[in-house]
Design a protein around this ligand. Sequence first.
Ligand code: SER
Length: 323
Amino acid sequence: MSTEMKNILVTGAAGQIGSELTGILRQRYGAYNVVATDIKEPPSDLREAGPFEFVDVTRLEDLETVVRKYRIDTIYHLSAILSAVGEKKPQLAWNVNMNGTAHILELAREKSMTRVFIPSSIAVFGPETPKNNTPQETILLPKTIYGVTKVAGELLCDYYVRRFGLDIRGCRYPGIISHKTKPGGGTTDYAVAIYYEAVKYKKYTCFVKEETRLPMMYMPDCLKAAVDLMEADFSRLVHHAGFNISAMSFTAAELAAEIQKHIPGFTCTYAPDYRQDIADTWPNTIDDSAAREEWEWNPEYDLARMTKDMLNVLSRRFAEGNL
Ligand code: SER
């Protein structure tokens, strides 16, 4: 098996993470060696800076065609239905998340691919899991369909590592905060929306209670995790598909207070909906010592630094009439 990542495929490239990770991978490995794919129309920069193909990950033949055409040896599989939309459409979430992952793993096996990245989520945890400093090895009894597919996905990835000797890697992302592409249908989306609304209207109605504390991460750290984990030395990895990673944890009220330091007139009110029930099943804080030991995971952004950056970027765009 070759150890080089030469021809890279990204699924879900038009999504929140994909729209930024694709650019980073193109800078690192060459624009024409990174094929962006999605089911939906991509932002123009993604289409113009390198190859793009429409792919529905539930259709094995779509994936096969692109893998053959570009001689793909490495995949970043980012397509997924997130937790909130998943609860509205559980069958769709099962189909996209489970069959998508199974298709990617089968193609990786058939083509003896070099390496595959399939992210997991804090949604693998459930109410029975210890909530504080949640350990790497712990109870995985999720209550959302999204979490069910992420646990099954982790297990399937680890099975392919052991049974077929493949190199599959993944980490359990917390809520991801960013300003390029909005997240779609997650429980942690309030932590992104609050910044946009603060800049535009100086007020926000949050769909979880003020005391709700969840693990979160700023996009630069999210991208760093994907790159660092994929470039780590395989022989040092004890875990494969389900690394706990952590950057910061805050309550909705702490987030609002941090924004108020920059926008004093900002007010946040709270109107919890069905997503509160999902948030209540997830941890407060995560123990990421395995990731730190096995591939030197080390995040750079905390709440204060992230907030400063988010508000700078969004305020500039608002002033330009571009938000
Ligand atoms: N951000 C995701 C969600 O809220 C968690 O992985 O569904």
